[in-house]
Design a protein around this ligand. Structure first.
Ligand SMILES: Cc1cc2nc3c(=O)[nH]c(=O)nc-3n(C[C@H](O)[C@H](O)[C@H](O)COP(=O)(O)OP(=O)(O)OC[C@H]3O[C@@H](n4cnc5c(N)ncnc54)[C@H](O)[C@@H]3O)c2cc1C
Length: 429
């Protein structure tokens, strides 16, 4: 059995930080070094530019729950939602309840809490975390990585195991693509987004958005707005649109943004102040890169996890859930193979690649874009729920409910709904 002495994790996002909890609790054989390109999110102003709402369901939450006290710490800074309120032009708002509550948080808040809990539990003897420190090179033969601090100082450090949890534009993955036979497809999805925030309550107008629902608008040109409740009566959201068809393109004042929201997203418009409109107007447009790899490991010592291995479109909110689930699956394999990474790594790829490919298809094609299929989608959802209630053993719920309310593997959800996914795929092409 090859016991690991030193594991290096690149990237202190949700996947990298949760993995650090899991590895350190396995015992003294692990000491960790974690390197993160950005500053410590607990110090100073958090980068608002990169933050957006995250909703976690059973898949992600079950991975967090394994670390005693962690889910409670996250829940204390989150809001639980009971479902979604869907708004469409010329229709009444429609409430879609969820069987299980959705934990709604914000990317930077989530990361800060997992990090704080990590540093509360482990001393610097076993855990070294360095922020403002970018991985620039990997040498798989020498088992070293080269890092660069924000003052441009370079240094090299060695590893027994290297984990690339460095997001969709992973440097570790890029090294593998350039230097090994790893095959990886990367695409920017047609959607782009801007994040925004508004108060949930407008006391002057006596108006408020319901506190325990996610609010979602879809316009006929596929522009979507998602507002997710946050603690302190805030709604944190994302405006998602086709990158070629930015609804704010050419606007020269925040007043124009504000007016667009009054017209197209009425409730949100009533909650939006001119300052909110100004922040949204000035914010950069962000694009979303998806990643599909044929394996997630190299040899006996390099592993990719989370977005570095399988970034997906956020349309059904599964990127972070699946990144956290990766950690749980790795931990089970470490148990089964008694920390022998030579056996664990290929097994991880074998088990996880089909799920990662499935969650990509589910993210791209679960929710249709054309009007007729949207109607069919809601019909199937309702009928699926009824049939499942009457014949729970024989009838599984429809695709969304299986993804969001259960922890049935993504491959199985895809298998059960392949007909629907193919139909949506054909409608897009
Ligand atoms: C608008 C939007 C909404 C979303 N909503 C949801 C949702 O509701 N539910 C859900 O489950 N998912 C959602 N996601 C997806 C989710 O944010 C990601 O899947 C998740 O953050 C992946 O976590 P990660 O740790 O793998 O990667 P990341 O969160 O990207 O973390 C990677 C870290 O690595 C660091 N890094 C990168 N390169 C280097 C380097 N060379 N050296 C050192 N550090 C490096 C980065 O700074 C970063 O901190 C959403 C995404 C977007 C864009």
């Amino acid at each position: 059995m090859a016991l690991v002495q030193k594991a290096i994790i690149i990237g202190a996002g949700a996947a990298g930080l949760l993995l650090a909890h899991y590895l350190l609790r396995r015992g003294d054989q692990y000491c960790l070094e974690l390197y993160e390109r950005r500053p410590d999110p607990r110090q100073g102003e958090m980068s608002q530019a990169r933050t957006f709402p995250i909703s976690l369901q059973e898949r992600g939450r079950k991975a967090i729950r394994e670390i005693p006290g962690l889910e409670e710490a996250i829940a204390a800074q989150s809001v639980f939602c009971q479902g979604t309120m869907i708004y469409r032009p010329k229709s009444k708002p429609r409430r879609i309840p969820r069987q299980n509550q959705i934990l709604c948080t914000d990317r930077n808040e989530l990361v800060s809490i997992i990090l704080q809990e990590l540093t509360n539990r482990y001393s610097s003897d076993r855990l070294k975390i360095q922020f403002d420190c970018t991985c620039t090179q990997v040498d798989a033969r020498a088992k070293t990585v080269t890092l660069e601090s924000n003052t441009k100082e370079q240094f090299t450090t060695s590893y027994d195991v290297l984990v690339g949890a460095d997001g969709a534009k992973s440097v570790v993955r890029e090294f593998l693509v350039q230097n090994t036979s790893l095959e990886c497809e990367q695409h920017y999805v047609p959607d782009a987004y801007k994040s925004l925030g508004v108060s949930r309550i407008n006391s002057e107008k006596g108006l408020s958005a319901e506190p325990d629902l996610i609010h979602a608008w879809t316009l006929d040109n596929n522009t979507r707005l998602l507002l997710v409740p946050q603690p302190g009566d805030r709604l944190q959201g994302t405006l998602i649109f086709n990158a070629e068809n930015n609804p704010l393109e050419g606007f020269s004042t925040p007043e124009q943004v504000w007016e667009l929201f009054q017209e197209k997203f009425p409730l949100c418009g009533e909650l939006m102040t001119m300052a909110d409109a100004d922040t949204l107007w000035k914010r950069q447009v962000a694009r979303i890169l998806t990643v599909r790899c044929d394996r997630f490991h190299e040899g006996d010592s390099i592993l990719l996890m989370g977005d570095a291995a399988h970034a997906v479109s956020p349309s059904i909110g599964q990127g972070c859930n699946s990144a956290l689930e990766d950690v749980l699956i790795l931990d089970k394999l470490l148990d089964r193979y008694r920390d022998d990474w030579r056996q664990v790594l290929p097994q991880f790829s074998e088990q996880r690649v089909p799920d990662a490919h499935a969650v990509q298809d589910l993210s791209d094609y679960s929710f249709p874009r054309n009007k007729r299929l949207i109607f069919e989608f809601f019909l199937r959802l309702q009928v699926g729920r009824l049939l499942h209630r009457w014949f729970p053993q024989r009838m599984k719920p429809f695709v969304f409910d299986l993804v969001l309310d259960s922890d049935v593997s993504y491959s199985e959800v895809l298998r059960l709904n392949q007909g629907w996914i193919n139909k949506v795929k054909r409608s897009v092409s």
